[in-house]
Design a protein around this ligand. Structure first.
Ligand code: ADP
Ligand code: YYY
Length: 229
């Protein structure tokens, strides 16, 4: 904990489809800070489990996999981040709804979360860190200088995911996406360890009726109030 005390961290937590990834990328660009996509670590742990034939409830093996996750985050010079898991590029394949659902299962296990904790804190480097996840403000970076909690109705979040898939030329069912989102919300919010919830001091933003630009403006305003830009 002491290693992050003097470091600048902005946490952005919230449920799937609330806009965390989008806002965090824009914030990191605007402020010139580092970015932690903590959900990626849970997704990669779940993918590694599938590769190695480890069951998603085999806590001991999952903890070992999480602790030794062989992952590289590489930029290719065009701002695009490439993710390499055990030598294989998984940048796109790690983003499917199936991997998200698997990630939500392994993320409910305390020993897996513990195994990934220090790796996440190590991202807090100068000049600052934007941390995207579920427990960034409550558990991983309790000393963060600004905590944001993004929310939106489940229907709006499902519609956003649906649009995202259609724009990539993939087929999708809005009803299926909505029920997946509700199941994931339920698991992420009601697990005993590090459940998704706003930190008491978090700025809570309902983005249902807001554009990406409007959300970014509010968050940048908050950063300005804290003297972070
Ligand atoms: N305020 C918003 N209004 C409309 N669409 C949004 C908004 N915020 C994000 N999106 C879109 O919703 C989708 C999911 O956003 P994303 O940032 O991946 O959410 P999260 O990281 O919280 O799961 C993306 O296609 C993104 O462009
Ligand atoms: N800090 C985090 C980040 C993600 N998780 C879990 C819970 C989520 O359902 C999965 C996937 O997270 P991710 O942020 O990649 O998913 P979305 O982009 O929001 O759909 O991982 C978590 O428990 N704690």
């Amino acid at each position: 904990m002491s290693s992050q005390l003097n470091r600048k961290v902005i946490t952005v937590d919230g449920p799937s489809g609330s806009g965390k990834g989008t806002i965090c990328r824009l914030l990191a660009q605007e402020l010139g800070w580092h970015l932690l996509d903590s959900g990626a670590l849970y997704r990669l742990t779940a993918m590694a489990a599938r590769h190695h034939g480890v069951a998603l409830d085999d806590v001991e093996s999952l903890q070992v996999l999480a602790a030794h996750l062989d992952v590289q985050f590489r930029t290719d010079g065009q701002d695009d981040l490439k993710v390499i898991l055990e030598g294989e590029e998984v940048t796109r394949s790690m983003r499917t709804e199936e991997v998200g659902a698997d990630a939500s299962l392994v993320a409910a296990l305390g020993p897996v979360r513990q195994a990934l904790l220090q790796r996440q804190r190590d991202f807090a480097q100068a000049p600052g860190l934007i941390a995207d996840g579920r427990d960034m403000g409550t558990v991983v970076f309790p000393e963060a200088c600004l905590k944001i909690y993004l929310d939106a109705s489940a229907e709006e979040r499902a519609q956003r995911r649906y649009n995202q898939l259609i724009s990539k030329g993939l087929s999708a069912s809005l009803d299926d996406i909505l029920s997946d989102i509700q199941a994931r919300d339920d698991r992420d919010m009601n697990r005993p360890v590090s459940p998704l919830k706003p930190a008491p001091e978090a700025v809570i933003l309902d983005t249902t009726q807001l554009t990406i630009e409007e959300v970014l403006e509010v968050v940048l305003d908050q950063a300005k109030h804290k003297g972070l830009r």
